[in-house]
Ligand binder design. Structure first.
Ligand SMILES: *[C@@H]1O[C@H](CO)[C@@H](O)[C@H](O)[C@H]1NC(C)=O
Ligand SMILES: *[C@@H]1O[C@H](CO)[C@@H](O)[C@H](O)[C@H]1NC(C)=O
Ligand SMILES: *[C@@H]1O[C@H](CO)[C@@H](O)[C@H](O)[C@H]1NC(C)=O
Length: 373
């Protein structure tokens, strides 16, 4: 444990945040050494996320890691300049290294990726809506869980393709992530990858099969690409990189649909909810390692750090208002804000502007669709 951590105060907060049922099911047995309050919270964590350990030594090891992670979450909480809350998550019994090995993108995790050609798109007007949330248009598929396969790149690309397809053609397709893993040119997609490889696969096989026909198995089978076996349900004609400019990105998302971005994921292991706002020193914008789907943006009314309030509930003008991006992650729906998270908009938080990349899908007969506010 970090010596200067205020454990009891933090524990009260954590325990208070749990459902009464879980709180009541706290057992009285003492499974081993360690600070008693910490063991109680750890027990809640084990119940909430169905975690058991094979022997007392493993239990003690995980308890120790859990304690370190609570201290780290508290440090992140103090550092954060937005409204984010950090604490117990499904990943609280993993070290930073283990978390990186299980969920990091080994191929992409380095400073600076090779360039993709950047295009400027035709900016339609100097006006962007205040908010946009494509989830409300029912074009986004349910949150997935990449599990032990480091395929955030394929999950984000699939989410991008299906959202654009659904916006342009209406039917709600869900495309096969497994096809991207089995049929890519770079071998095992579960050790990480780049979104453009997913788009190249979709182009090469003239589209993607459905998730239903070719379901996610959690590991790549590169010797057995079944792309030709199934009917294609969505296809793309190109992919592009947008300008590294948050205003231009907002305009594109509002008028065209969700895009993929790659960010520095370091703070996400301990994230619970709210808007994360880092600085280049607390969240290095050049160390981007995790692909996610950018599905919209908005602005929260914040009275003070840590409390978000709806403006309508107060007559006073808000002291600060925090602009944010809404992002879909692929770590299951019990992480973050039901599988989603928010990053501060306007400060390149965690490198969000470094590689804004999207597939291109077009339906010439499409009626204009606008992003729900
Ligand atoms: C809890 O985990 C065990 C294995 O550790 C598994 O057999 C069981 O199905 C899990 N229960 C739930 C509700 O996920
Ligand atoms: C394109 O698809 C063919 C099979 O149709 C495959 O042999 C080839 O390796 C693929 N190329 C890439 C770049 O994925
Ligand atoms: C896929 O298609 C090939 C060639 O038609 C066939 O031999 C194979 O059995 C099919 N596999 C599955 C899983 O449908």
């Amino acid at each position: 444990m970090a010596r200067n951590m205020h454990l009891p105060g933090l524990l009260v907060l954590l325990v208070a945040g749990l459902a009464p049922g879980i709180r009541d099911s706290l057992g009285a047995q003492d499974p081993g050494p360690g600070p008693p309050e910490l063991k109680e919270v750890f027990k809640l964590f084990q119940i909430q996320f169905n975690r058991s350990y094979s022997n007392p030594a493993e239990y003690a090891h995980r308890l120790d890691i859990f304690g370190h992670n609570l201290a780290k979450a508290q440090r992140l909480q103090e550092e954060d300049l937005g409204t984010a809350e950090f604490g117990v998550t499904p990943f609280s019994d993993l070290t930073e290294e283990e978390f990186g090995q299980l969920y990091g993108n080994w191929r992409a995790a380095r400073k600076g990726l090779e360039m993709v050609r950047e295009v400027s798109f035709e900016r339609q007007k100097e006006w962007t809506p205040q908010s946009c949330d494509w989830r409300k248009a029912h074009v986004i598929s349910p949150v997935k869980n990449q599990g032990q396969c480091r395929c955030c790149w394929a999950m984000a690309a699939a989410g991008n393709i299906e959202a654009l397809w659904n916006i342009n053609f209406k039917p709600s397709v869900e495309v096969s992530v497994q096809e991207l893993l089995d049929c890519g040119r770079c071998g095992d997609g579960c050790i990480g990858g780049y979104v453009w490889d997913a788009f190249i696969t979709a182009l090469n096989y003239s589209g993607l099969a459905s998730e239903k026909d070719y379901p996610f198995r959690g590991r790549a089978n590169t010797h057995r690409c079944l792309a030709p076996n199934y009917t294609k349900v969505a296809w793309i004609y190109d992919y592009i990189m947008l300008p590294r400019n948050e205003q231009a990105i907002a305009e594109y998302v509002a008028t065209q649909g969700p895009i993929t971005v790659i960010i520095n994921s370091e703070r996400l292991q301990h994230y619970k909810k709210g808007v994360i706002k880092g600085t280049p020193s607390t969240c290095d914008p050049w160390y981007v390692d995790h692909y996610v789907l950018l599905v919209g943006f908005g602005r929260s009314k914040v009275e003070e750090k840590g409390t978000e309030k709806d403006l309508s509930s107060s007559n006073r003008p808000p002291r600060h208002s925090t602009p944010y991006w809404i992002l879909k992650n692929s770590w299951g729906a019990d992480w973050g804000e039901e599988g989603y998270f928010r990053l501060h908009r306007g400060s390149d938080t965690c490198g969000i502007t470094k590689y804004p990349i999207t597939a291109c899908i077009q339906n010439p007969g499409k009626k204009p669709v606008s992003c729900p506010p």
